[in-house]
Design a protein around this ligand. Structure first.
Ligand code: SAM
Length: 340
């Protein structure tokens, strides 16, 4: 019988502050070995479609927040979204992620129409949504229309910290309500947080780890905070690369079967950031399928990578890079499975 080892809060806190290169390498190696055992050196690909940058929310960290009047706003049409799916499908992708701001311009009816059209056209694909906070009924209707997965980072498990990252109208209780309802409905759910977000403490990160351990999400999004020049946090430092990698490793060890992406933000703070993420235990990549013309308008943070390469070229390049570190990019649905 496998014995489960659980670390106490202070042990987790001291893991977050390891500074010796050998200690870090040891942690990455352990996490990588576990990921290799569960996923057999396969890296799953999800095609990301950033379909709107309109947002009614005003998160202090986010480049597409409502108060940023310098953003040129866009909304893809249903046809444009379907074109992105077609490009992805031809590349072999069997998961589409529809991500956007909370855009009242897409009515519930319009979303149901788009999701059911994708479902009927690409019946062998998984549809992931990342469109923020909604009611139980809305989530349920989108699920019935054909969505399978939902990404909604909890952002921070600490209530006080949450209030420092969001305006008073955006409540942590509601975010957490959404996460538990999504799970109840039957979505594969993704939670997560930014590393190095303003005011974040080591204790906050431990709370995030324990929250995720308790919540048991199927997917975990963890990437560095990167400032955006037109937000209140423009002068705040970005999240640390090694700390992000350490957190990926700890999460892999805590939740061996979870789908954990090496995020675009990680690739933005270091030229080999995504490879390093994989070598620390991540097992998912999310190449961008959005039309080139809108990519520079979906800037959550400064200097975002992959804003000017075609999906096809970008994917071929990514494939080579991943092969170089001994992994294989696979395009199948890659649903969550409890392997160990
Ligand atoms: N509106 C949806 C939501 O709130 O879940 C999805 C889009 S939202 C822009 C996706 C994620 O981007 C957020 O959960 C947040 O963690 C991340 N993000 C936003 N601004 C960021 C920044 N400056 N640096 C790094 N990540 C950021």
């Amino acid at each position: 019988m496998a014995t489960e080892h659980t670390l106490e809060k202070d042990q987790l806190l001291s893991l977050l502050t390891i500074s010796q290169r050998e200690e870090k390498e040891y942690l990455f190696k352990k996490a990588r070995a576990l990921a290799d055992k569960v996923f057999e050196k396969k890296i799953y690909v999800r095609g990301l479609i950033e379909f709107t940058n309109y947002c009614r929310n005003d998160c202090y960290y986010c480049g597409i927040r409502k108060s940023n009047l310098r953003v040129e706003r866009y909304r893809l049409s249903k046809e444009q979204i379907l074109d992105c799916c077609q490009t992805g499908y031809r590349l072999g992708f069997r998961t589409f992620v529809l991500q956007g701001g909370e855009d009242p311009g897409f009515s519930q009816e319009a979303l149901v129409d788009i999701i059911s059209t994708i479902r009927n056209t690409y019946f062998d694909c998984a549809i992931t949504l990342s469109i923020g906070e909604k009611s139980y009924e809305q989530y349920q209707e989108l699920f019935r229309a054909g969505a399978n997965r939902y990404l909604l980072r909890h952002e921070t498990a600490n209530k006080e910290h949450y209030t420092k990252l969001h305006p008073p109208g955006q409540k942590q209780e509601n975010r957490l309500r959404c996460l538990s309802e999504l799970k109840k409905i039957g979505y594969q759910v993704g939670a997560g947080f930014m590393v190095g977000s303003p005011y974040q403490t080591g204790e906050n990160l431990v709370e995030d780890l324990l929250f995720l351990k308790e919540f048991q999400p199927e997917m975990i999004g963890v990437g560095p905070f990167i400032p955006h020049q037109d937000t209140p946090f423009k002068n705040c430092p970005r999240g640390d690369l090694d700390l992000t990698l350490i957190l990926i490793s700890i999460l892999r060890l805590m939740l061996p079967n979870a789908m954990i992406p090496a995020t675009t933000a990680l690739g933005t703070i270091h030229p080999q950031g995504r490879e390093l993420g994989i070598l620390a235990g991540a097992n998912v990549l999310m190449p961008n399928l959005s039309p080139i013309g809108v990519r520079k308008k979906y800037l959550l943070y400064d200097n975002k990578i992959c804003t000017d390469e075609e999906a096809v070229e970008g994917f071929a390049l990514l494939k080579k890079r991943i092969q170089k570190i001994g992994y294989e990019l696979v395009t199948d649905r890659g649903d969550f499975r409890k392997v160990i």
